[in-house]
Design a protein around this ligand. Sequence first.
Ligand code: NAP
Length: 244
Amino acid sequence: MRVLILGGTAEARALAAALDGDPRVRVVSSLAGRVTNPRLPVGEVREGGFGGPEGLAAWLTGHGIDALVDATHPFARRMTASAAEAAAATGVPLLVLRRPGWREEAGDSWHWVESLPAAATLLPSLGRRVFLTTGRRSLPVFAPHPELWFLARSVDPPEPPIPAGVEVLLARGPYTVEGERALIGEHRLDVLVTKDSGGSMTTAKLVAARELGVPVVMVRRPPPPAGVRLADSVEAAVEWVHPG
Ligand code: NAP
């Protein structure tokens, strides 16, 4: 059977690795092609958009795909919607693999918001020196606040021009609690903004924020499309692809 994994996450790579070598399954992983030097999954990889739901539907049919796993990032809203639409149009079974979101613990001071603009609106009431970890493309949402200073961390550089009051830090997780604590101290950061991405690769900043009493603005995940089948672990996705 041929399986297409929509990827760009650690879970997508783990799923490709778990299915690799199984003679009953042929896996193709798909990446958006945005990151300059992406971490590649094992096995066959294709890159670039499909051209919306219609393009993906044509791709699924043209490549004889028997099962589709959407293992994209929980905030990759367009790709997830496109996968649901293409699966419905073609009849290809779809599983949405989403790692669980983060949970607040004792000592945390999290402020949940529905969107990036809502996070930007809330920020001035919480701090002045912002640790911004919501991705390079989110910078224009935040930068119009002249009273705030930002340390914006991203894998690839944001599009220039970089607004005044923004320092860009290029880095890729996983991060350590010690490193995050040092970063917060060195830059005197007094508020953190993050999406509820979940997973273990980037939790260190949340631990450091808890320890240092730094408030966190947490952007809530978009809900998955109605009616899709969900799995919250790679093991469950392997089981779905190949029961037993
Ligand atoms: P998005 O806004 O949902 O997707 C925008 C467009 O990019 C999609 O409509 C699709 O183009 C193309 N695309 C996205 N993921 C793709 C994939 N795996 N394979 C082929 N085409 C893909 O997604 P995004 O938020 O830009 O994320 C892009 C990629 O980065 C995803 O693979 C995601 O898993 C990864 N990622 C995202 C985040 C985040 O915070 N959003 C964080 C870490 C990793 P067409 O419509 O032309 O098919």
